[in-house]
Design a protein around this ligand. Structure first.
Ligand code: FE2
Length: 275
C-alpha cells in the first residue's frame, strides 16, 4: 500500500525516474523534481498560485511560434540563459554571452576586411580584432559569424525596410587571426514586452526592458570550443541594467580614434578555449 505524505512525496517522485536509462537525462529529471518540490515547500505554494503559474505557461505557449519563443524570453529575463552561458565559459577564454533570438544560420560569406555599411544610416565604425588560442597563438583558421541591429534599433527580422542579409555576415580571419568589419554603430533596444514573459513577470519589479548596444559573434576554430558572445559599447547607458544579464566586463569596449583608421574603432582580442 502506498502512503504518500508531505514528508515522502519528493523521494517518491524522484525515485519514479530511477529507471531512466540515460544517466544524464535521469539526473536532469530527478534534480528538476527535487528543486521544484523544494520551491513549492519553501514558498508554501497555494492552489491559486499554482493555477496562475500553469495559466501563465499556457499563455507563453499560445504566443510562441516559429518566429517567436516566449520561453526563450522567459529564460532570458530570469537570468537562466545567461547562467548557462557562464557555466559553459572557460576561465582564461573570452566569456560567452546571450545568443538571443536574432541569429540566422547561413549569413553571407564576406571578404575580410568586410564592409557591411551599404546605405545604412548611422555612425560608421570599425570592429576589428584577433582570434587566439589559450596560449596566445593566432588561430588562422577561425571563422566569425556576425550580426547586429540597425540604426533604428531593429534587426532585419523586425523591419521590412531592411534586406534580409543586412548587417550580418560570416568571414574567415587572416593568417594572423585578424578580422575587421566596417559597419554602423549598433543601438540599444528593448526586448519584447508585449507577451507574458515580460508583461506578467517583470514590470512590477521596476526593471528596464533595454539591452545595451552590442554586436553578436559566434567564433569557431578547429580543435577549439565555439564561442557565442556579444561585444558591448562602453558608452552605452544601459550597461548596468541589461534586461537579460549579458554584460561581462571583458566584453565591454570603447570606440577609439586611431591614426590608422578613418572612423572610430572597437578593438577586441578573442581567446578560444581548447576543445
Ligand atoms: Fe542583440
Amino acid at each position: 500500500m502506498s502512503d504518500i505524505r508531505l514528508d515522502n512525496i519528493t523521494a517518491a517522485a524522484v525515485a519514479s525516474f530511477d529507471g531512466v536509462p540515460d544517466a544524464r537525462r535521469r539526473e536532469l529529471l530527478q534534480q528538476l523534481v527535487q528543486h521544484l518540490h523544494a520551491y513549492a515547500k519553501a514558498t508554501r505554494l497555494t492552489h491559486d498560485e499554482w493555477r496562475a503559474a500553469l495559466a501563465f505557461l499556457h499563455r507563453a505557449g499560445d504566443i510562441s511560434s516559429a518566429n517567436r519563443s516566449e520561453f526563450s524570453l522567459l529564460s532570458d529575463v530570469l537570468g537562466l540563459s545567461s547562467l548557462v552561458d557562464l557555466l559553459a565559459s572557460t576561465p582564461g577564454a573570452t566569456p560567452g554571452s546571450v545568443l538571443g533570438p536574432f541569429h540566422t544560420v547561413g549569413s553571407p560569406w564576406c571578404e575580410n576586411p568586410a564592409d557591411l555599411t551599404r546605405d545604412n544610416p548611422g555612425e560608421v565604425v570599425l570592429l576589428r580584432g584577433r582570434v587566439h588560442g589559450p596560449q596566445g597563438q593566432p588561430l588562422s583558421d577561425a571563422t566569425l559569424d556576425f550580426w547586429q541591429n540597425a540604426a533604428n534599433g531593429l534587426y532585419w527580422q523586425m523591419d521590412d525596410s531592411q534586406p534580409p542579409d543586412n548587417l550580418r555576415c560570416q568571414l574567415k580571419v587572416d593568417a594572423a587571426g585578424r578580422f575587421a568589419i566596417r559597419t554602423i554603430r549598433p543601438q540599444p533596444y528593448q526586448i519584447p514586452t508585449d507577451g507574458p514573459a515580460w508583461h506578467d513577470v517583470v514590470p512590477s519589479a521596476g526593471r528596464s526592458a533595454w539591452r545595451p548596444a552590442h554586436y553578436h559573434l559566434i567564433v569557431q576554430a578547429p580543435a577549439h570550443r565555439t564561442l557565442v558572445t556579444e561585444l558591448f559599447d562602453a558608452a552605452d547607458p544601459y550597461l548596468a541594467s541589461d534586461a537579460v544579464f549579458g554584460v561581462r566586463a571583458a566584453l565591454v569596449r570603447r570606440y577609439e580614434t586611431t591614426p590608422d583608421a578613418d572612423v572610430p574603432v572597437m578593438d577586441i582580442d578573442i581567446v578560444l578555449a581548447a576543445a
